[in-house]
Each structure stands twice: as structure tokens, then as C-alpha cells.
Write a protein that binds this ligand. Structure first.
Ligand code: MGD
Ligand code: MGD
Ligand code: SF4
Ligand code: MO
Length: 706
């Protein structure tokens, strides 16, 4: 068949790269970057090509399967839908709505149908307070702080990287991740443009990362101490009279008082960063023509994630960089998920988890509580679980305990196309089509991008016979479930009846037509590379969702949490020989789930424990040997790799390895890969206790010979 060219969007990470895909019949011939995409400008990373591998993967499920004593058996969709609806409704009838729990993984936000019909329709029908997601092992502190300061959990200021003169990066590695809560395809090129216009990039990270290596300055910082580092920078900015903040900001006097004892000298002993550097960088940041402070996963998934993200916002606010070109800015997306109420403002601690009493945020409980909510008997116990695009056994703390807990469920259904560490426990798996087989519009990441654009990408391939899209799966399960649950128990929202009748693509069309600028699917279909809506523009104070339309710089919850920072970091003593575990990402890995592509996994192994040579020597260990890494909850054996790229006292393992260690995972390439799961070491009790976010970084561990 003659090859044809199609244009698409990669949905694997947040960068939304434009793709030029050559296809022949139902085969992918090649995948390249789309040079005409106004946001990604031709950039792709190696994972884009693996979208073709995912599409062709023979381990990828296309039909529903049931787990039986003799293994997995394919069943018909009708039978699968009925059984799932019946078992969920039955559990609700017998034990109440909260006995059915749901866990939503990261790919939900990358899938249009999962957003509209999964989150928007199915989940609401379940009416459970036992909702969990990857949010509490990721960006929860960002949303928590945005809710308190700006009045809406999704008013997340984005670094205006294309115009900044000073980019201060903490706990993020965009050279590997391609940016997060900062959709920034081609970080390397934008970094180069920053340098070419005379700007600087400064990175704080316990590892000399790929991003650190192309920075003007990189400083090691002890894991979990960034809050103190940033508060000391704020101290300096107040101290030296460098504050210049907008008129709509309240609470700066309280902030000033609160940071008074966070002196650079004190911070130096806590963080390992010299006081002179803290003062100098604070000064440079405050006096740059335009500067943006950005902190990501390394800051949010640590003991003081809430305070650290608050301090990031304050850095931008007190220096007048919030809402300024080249500072941090809000987006103006064509589909305004904030303005249209698709994502609510957020709420906190309206209910708590049953066993440990952890607070909900925006309707979700911390996933660190999931295993105990299943394993602890009593009224209100979770006995049925729905997972959608999630692999919590590999991706949330204490995978061993969760793995065991999943085995104790009465019923589990997974909407997923792989049998992996988590879904192997499901009674039924409902597999959706893969990315190249479905329409795509990015509802979430357009709202987090460094430039306003809009793009609709129709499915590259027609849906193969006998397969279902995610939204079709959710519509069918919801229909059959609602039939089995008394109507008075179900939410009666107009939107739900409406969603039962329309496709996600139609939803996008309607939303585009209601937006500003007024677009439509027709316009976007005519512009397959995407429409450029321009650089980010000032939106404040109008865009604020606080009742008084003012920025609240000093929320009481965050001020109060400083007591915990002081107790643990000022007064706490580091133990001799103690090591702190941090994670890492690589451009060829994607959380825990893209390891079945031989193209991505081949080459130099990247599963090892990174450790400083001095720390190895101190323990009488040698480079390359197998070591035992132990934490409060678990133990793994893995090869050590000596490197001065990690700071002394810090060790690093990548997230999402170890697929072959548990048995029952049906991913032929992935299970052959060496490595262990870092989350067999992370601790469900090691939290940012303010927000309930797991502290996956900075976990105390020991390393000994095997
Ligand atoms: N120690 C440590 N742990 C971490 C992290 C860390 O840095 N260190 N990072 C955390 C972060 S930031 C995140 S976001 C979480 C991720 O945590 P999860 O989202 O729970 O895990 P993933 O590994 O992303 O698994 C995604 C699952 O979705 C399935 N899937 C992929 N695409 C689709 C699709 O289109 N539809 C459906 N229905 N299923 C699909 C895959 O088969 C896989 O089962 O992990 C967190 N865990
Ligand atoms: N290739 C690839 N891209 C991805 C993903 C992937 O798995 N692979 N995952 C996607 C997802 S779900 C997300 S959320 C984003 C995450 O995007 P990023 O946040 O950019 O990702 P990480 O590489 O985890 O960067 C976190 C950095 O924090 C550092 N760190 C750890 N602890 C601390 C600390 O206490 N203080 C400081 N200052 N730094 C610390 C780590 O060394 C690491 O370099 O990436 C997305 N993009
Ligand atoms: S950076 Fe890579 S994985 Fe991310 S969207 Fe672009 S091509 Fe896809
Ligand atoms: Mo994430």
C-alpha cells in the first residue's frame, strides 16, 4: 500500500510533541517530529517512536480478559461489562459506596476519553470517598498551594521560559522529563535560546542531572531541605530590601516575620549550600530583569512538599515575577478547564481516611493509605477496587504491602491494556484502544504549556474491529452500573446524562465553540499542526479565584507547618552513615509502563543504584557489586554504580523497574529487564504530613554488601 502521512500528538509525557507519522495500511512506517507544530517545533524524544511499538505490541490486550485458575481467558465485551457492573453494584449494596475504591493513574490525564468519560462520568457515578490517584505521589502540593494562595487548585503559574532571563530550577530534570507543570517540548533548545540572550539557569538537585550539566550553575542540596533553602533566599530578599510585589498581594508582613529565623547561615548547615551562594543567588534572582523559580517532583514528593512549593510561589511573588513576561504566568487555554469548572477549586480535609485519618484533598485520599484501607478489617473496609491507567504496585510507596493487599480484594477491575504488577490482581481487565487509534485533544497540558496553542489530532488508525475506546468502556459500564443501583443513590447531574450520549470529540467541539478565542473542531481539523494562540499573557488579578481577588501570600496552614520544618530540620540530627534515597527519570523510560519496547530498553543498563564512591568505600563495597538497600519497610538487591554525580550521603534508584521480580506480569520484554522497584523501599508513613503527599525522595536507607 502506498505510504501516507498523518499528523498526530504524542501523549506519553506532558510535552505534547507534534508528530509526522508515515503509515502504510495498518502499519507504522516512521514517526518523526512535526516541524510545523507551533509548540514543539519539530522536537521529539526517543519515546515518540515507541508509540508505534505500543500500537504493535502483541502483549497489549485488545479484548477483555478474565483471571481464572487456569490463567487469563478472553471474554466478550458484553459479558465483561455486565459482570463488572454487577460486582460493583453488589459491593455497593452490601457494604456501601465507599467499599468500592478507585485508583487513577497518570495516563488518565493524557487521554481525552478517560478525562471526559472516566473522570467526568464513571467515577462520579461510583460516589465513593475512597478515591486515590497518582496526584498524591506527584503534584498535590502544587495544587494545595495554588488553592490556598490563588483560590483554585489549578491556577498553576508556568515559567515563561521563552522570555525569562533567569531560570531557577529545583528538583526537576526537564532534560529527561521534558518538563512537568511546564509543558516544554525541546527544553534543550529553549535553554540554548535563554543562554543566547544572556540569561542564566541555576539548578539545585542532589544529583548532577542532565539538566544540571547544561546549567550555568549547579548546587547539590540535601534531599528534603529545599524549604529551608528557599526560605533563606526569601529572608535575604526581605533583608536586603529587594521586595517588589504586585498591589494585589496580601500577607507579605507575615511572610517576612515567618522567614526571620531562616537565615542563610542556618540554612547552609541544613542544606549543604554555602550561605554566600544562597545570598548571591537570591540577590541575582531578585534583580534579574525577569526571573522564574520552578520546583517540581523533587520538591513536591518530599517531607516538606507543601512548604517548598509555597516558597517557590513566594520567590516569584516577592520579586514581582508572578504574572510578568519572563516570570511565571498563567495560561489562556482554548478549552478553559478552570473557567468552565471541569476542575473544581479544590477543598481540603472535608473527610479523612478510615484507618490513619489522613485528609482528603479535592476529593482524593492519599494513596499511601490504600493498602491499609484494604487490609484492615472493619466497617468501611475497601473490598472492591477499580484501577484506571494505573500501576500503584510499582508506582506508590511500599509496593510489597500493596501487592499483598490487592490479593485480599473481593473484586478488582482494571481499565488497562497490560497485565502488569497491579493489573495481574484484577478479576477482569478492560483494555482500551492505544494512542494512535483514538482522537486526541489535550485538555490538561494545553493549560500548563509555556505557550498558548490548540491542537486536535484525529486517530491515525481506525479502531480495529472488536476493540473499544476508553470512553466507550466507561459509558457502557456506567450505563449498566446505574441500572443496578437505586436511582436515589446516584448523582443526578445533567452533565452525566449528556455525556452518556456524546463522544469526547464532540465534547471538545462544544468546549472550543464556547471558548475565547472562539475555535471549533472544524478550524482545528483544518490546522493539523495546531493553532498558535501566542505567548503567555498577564491574567492577574482578574483570573484569581479568591473571594477578595487578592493573592494570599501567607496562608495559615503553611505558616503553621513551619514549626514542623524547624523541629525536623533545625533541631534534627543527621545520623552517622545514614543515606537518603532519591528517584530518577531517564528520557527512554516512562514511569513504570513503557518497558515492553525493545527499542527503548536496549543499550546501557540504567537500573543501578547510584552511589558516591566515598560512600561505597566507607562501607567496604566496590563499584559494580550487588548491594542490599534497606529501608524501614523493605529490602532490595541491586548493582551499585559509583558516581560523583550524586552528592555524598545520597543514593538514587530509577522509578518503574523490577517487572520480572513478582511473577505474573505478561510483558515479555519488560520482565527480562534487570532492576528492582524503588517503591519496594519507599515508606507509606514517610509523608509530607501537611498535604498527605508521599515523600518518595529523601527516604532513609542503609546500603550493605549482599
Ligand atoms: N519512587 C518514586 N515513585 C514514583 C515517582 C517517582 O519519581 N519516584 N513518580 C510518581 C509519579 S510523578 C507518577 S505520575 C506516578 C505514576 O503512577 P501510575 O500512573 O500509577 O503508574 P504508571 O507507571 O504511569 O502506570 C500507568 C498504567 O497505565 C496503563 N496505561 C498506559 N496508557 C494507558 C491508556 O491510554 N489507557 C489506560 N486505560 N491505561 C493506560 C499502563 O499499562 C500502566 O498500567 O508514579 C509516581 N511514583
Ligand atoms: N522520560 C520521562 N519523562 C517523563 C516521565 C518519565 O517517567 N520519563 N514522567 C512524567 C511524569 S509523570 C512527571 S510527574 C514528570 C516529572 O518531571 P521532573 O520533576 O522534571 O522529573 P524528575 O526527573 O523526577 O526530576 C526530579 C528531580 O528532583 C531531584 N530531587 C530528588 N529529591 C530532591 C530534593 O529533595 N531536592 C531537590 N532540589 N531535588 C530533588 C531528582 O534528583 C530529580 O533530578 O516527568 C514526566 N516526564
Ligand atoms: S518529549 Fe517525547 S514522550 Fe514527551 S511528548 Fe515529546 S515525543 Fe512524546
Ligand atoms: Mo507524574
Amino acid at each position: 500500500m502506498a505510504p501516507t502521512t498523518k499528523y498526530g500528538t504524542c501523549n506519553l509525557c506532558e510535552a505534547m510533541c507534534g508528530l509526522e507519522i508515515t503509515v502504510s495500511g495498518t502499519d507504522v512506517v516512521s514517526i518523526r517530529g512535526d516541524a510545523a507544530d507551533p509548540l514543539s517545533r519539530g522536537h521529539i524524544c526517543p519515546k515518540a517512536v515507541a508509540l508505534g511499538d505500543l500500537y504493535g505490541d502483541s502483549d497489549r490486550l485488545r479484548k477483555p480478559v478474565r483471571r481464572t485458575a487456569d490463567g487469563w481467558v478472553e471474554i466478550g465485551w458484553d459479558e465483561a461489562f455486565d459482570e463488572v457492573a454487577e460486582r460493583l453494584a453488589e459491593t455497593r449494596k452490601e457494604h456501601g459506596a465507599n467499599a468500592v475504591a478507585a485508583y487513577l493513574g497518570n495516563p488518565n490525564v493524557h487521554s481525552l476519553g478517560a478525562m471526559t468519560h472516566g473522570v467526568g462520568l464513571f467515577l462520579k457515578s461510583l460516589g465513593t470517598r475512597n478515591r486515590f490517584s497518582a496526584t498524591s505521589v506527584d503534584q498535590l502540593p502544587h495544587q494545595f498551594v495554588a488553592m490556598l494562595m490563588y483560590g483554585h487548585q489549578f491556577l498553576l503559574p508556568i515559567p515563561d521560559i521563552d522570555r525569562t532571563e533567569y531560570l531557577l530550577v529545583l528538583g526537576a530534570n526537564p532534560m529527561a522529563s521534558n518538563g512537568s507543570l511546564m509543558t516544554v517540548p525541546d527544553f534543550a533548545k529553549r535553554r540554548k535560546e535563554l543562554r543566547d540572550r544572556g540569561g542564566r539557569m541555576v539548578v539545585f538537585d542532589p544529583r548532577r542531572t542532565e539538566t544540571a550539566k547544561i546549567a550555568d550553575e549547579h548546587h547539590f542540596v540535601r534531599p528534603g531541605t529545599d524549604a529551608v533553602l528557599l526560605l533563606a533566599m526569601l529572608h535575604t530578599i526581605f533583608d536586603e530590601g529587594l521586595v517588589s510585589s504586585a498591589s494585589y498581594v496580601d500577607g507579605l508582613a507575615e511572610v517576612r516575620a515567618a522567614v526571620a529565623d531562616f537565615t542563610p547561615d542556618r540554612a547552609a548547615s541544613v542544606t549543604g549550600v554555602p550561605a554566600g551562594d544562597i545570598r548571591r543567588i537570591a540577590r541575582e534572582f531578585a534583580t534579574a530583569p525577569a526571573a522564574a523559580c520552578y520546583g517540581r517532583v523533587g520538591l513536591s514528593t518530599q517531607r516538606f512538599g507543601g512548604v517548598a512549593q509555597w516558597a517557590v510561589q513566594l520567590m516569584n511573588i516577592v520579586t514581582g515575577n508572578l504574572d510578568r513576561p519572563g516570570g511565571t504566568m498563567l495560561t489562556t487555554p482554548a478549552v478553559d478547564i478552570v473557567g468552565r469548572g471541569v476542575i473544581g477549586k479544590g477543598h481540603f480535609d472535608v473527610w479523612r481516611s478510615r484507618v490513619r485519618g489522613l485528609p482528603e484533598f479535592a476529593g482524593e485520599l492519599p494513596v499511601a493509605a490504600l493498602a491499609e484501607e484494604i487490609s484492615t478489617p472493619g466497617k468501611g473496609r475497601i473490598s472492591a477496587l477499580v484501577t484506571v491507567a494505573g500501576n500503584p504496585v510499582a508506582s506508590t510507596p511500599d509496593g510489597v504491602a500493596l501487592d499483598k493487599a490487592l490479593g485480599e480484594l473481593d473484586f478488582m477491575v482494571a481499565v488497562d491494556f497490560y497485565v502488569n504488577e497491579t493489573t495481574r490482581h484484577a478479576d477482569i481487565i478492560l483494555p482500551p484502544t492505544s494512542a494512535l487509534e483514538r482522537d486526541h485533544y489535550d485538555l490538561v497540558f494545553h493549560a500548563l504549556a509555556v505557550r498558548d496553542t490548540a491542537k486536535f489530532s484525529p486517530a491515525v488508525f481506525a479502531k480495529p474491529e472488536g476493540t473499544k475506546h476508553e470512553w466507550e468502556i466507561f459509558t457502557e459500564v456506567t450505563r449498566r452500573y446505574r441500572r443496578r443501583v437505586p436511582a436515589r443513590k446516584l448523582a443526578k447531574r445533567l452533565s452525566e446524562a449528556f455525556l452518556m450520549r456524546v463522544s469526547p470529540t464532540r465534547v471538545v467541539d462544544l468546549a472550543l465553540r464556547a471558548g475565547s478565542p472562539r475555535l471549533s473542531l472544524r478550524t482545528l481539523r483544518r490546522n493539523p499542526h495546531g493553532v498558535d494562540l501566542g505567548a503567555l499573557r498577564p491574567r492577574l488579578p482578574k483570573r484569581l479565584y479568591t473571594k477578595d481577588k487578592r493573592v494570599h501570600a501567607a496562608p495559615a496552614e503553611l505558616l503553621a507547618d513551619l514549626a514542623r520544618v524547624r523541629t525536623e530540620l533545625f533541631d534534627g540530627r543527621r545520623q552517622d552513615g545514614e543515606l537518603r534515597l532519591i528517584g530518577r527519570r531517564h528520557v527512554r523510560d516512562n514511569n513504570s509502563w513503557m518497558h515492553n519496547s525493545a527499542r527503548l530498553t536496549k543499550g546501557r543498563p540504567r537500573h543501578q543504584l547510584l552511589i558516591h564512591p566515598d560512600d561505597l568505600a566507607e562501607r567496604g563495597l566496590t563499584d559494580g557489586q550487588t548491594v542490599v538497600v534497606a529501608s524501614r519497610v523493605g529490602k532490595v538487591e541491586v548493582e551499585a554504580l559509583a558516581t560523583t554525580d550524586v552528592m555524598p550521603g545520597v543514593v538514587s534508584l530509577p522509578h518503574g523497574f523490577g517487572h520480572g521480580r513478582r511473577g505474573g506480569v505478561r510483558m515479555a520484554v519488560a520482565t527480562e529487564l534487570d532492576g528492582v522497584s524503588i517503591n519496594d523501599l519507599t515508606d507509606p508513613e514517610y509523608l509530607d504530613t501537611l498535604t498527605g503527599t508521599s515523600a518518595l525522595n529523601g527516604v532513609p536507607v542503609s546500603v550493605t554488601g549482599a
